[in-house]
Design a binder for this molecule. Sequence first.
Ligand SMILES: C[S@@+](CC[C@H](N)C(=O)[O-])C[C@H]1O[C@@H](n2cnc3c(N)ncnc32)[C@H](O)[C@@H]1O
Length: 110
Amino acid sequence: MLMGILGMVGDYDEARSVVSRLMAALPTGSCLALYDGTDTVPDYVRAMQGHNSGNTATPYTPRSPEQIAGFFEGLDVLDPGVVQVPLWRPEPALGEPPSVPCWGGVGRKR
Ligand SMILES: C[S@@+](CC[C@H](N)C(=O)[O-])C[C@H]1O[C@@H](n2cnc3c(N)ncnc32)[C@H](O)[C@@H]1O
């Protein structure tokens, strides 16, 4: 589970490498569950820019949904795919899912 943390690895290739190394150590059938902040909502991007320009030890890089999907390359992505987090198998009883700048999914190692 890599939940809301890869944005703290600023370099995308390095973040991909972290995922690859972790998955390489796991047996076939293991699952990666991952979400991260995305650049899909300008207010959120501005908030992160403000956070990053302060005195923080944990700068955060929102990524595109396509980049989030890239973390699952080589895995079998379970339905409904890499989506906004509230749209991943929502509970109908909870009503209309909110729109959030967080995308993720679950992928199974072949
Ligand atoms: C966006 S939050 C996600 C929290 C949780 N995984 C979730 O999905 O709700 C990022 C988390 O990473 C933690 N964090 C940041 N830098 C860290 C570090 N160097 N070592 C351990 N945790 C850290 C923060 O305290 C925060 O709880």
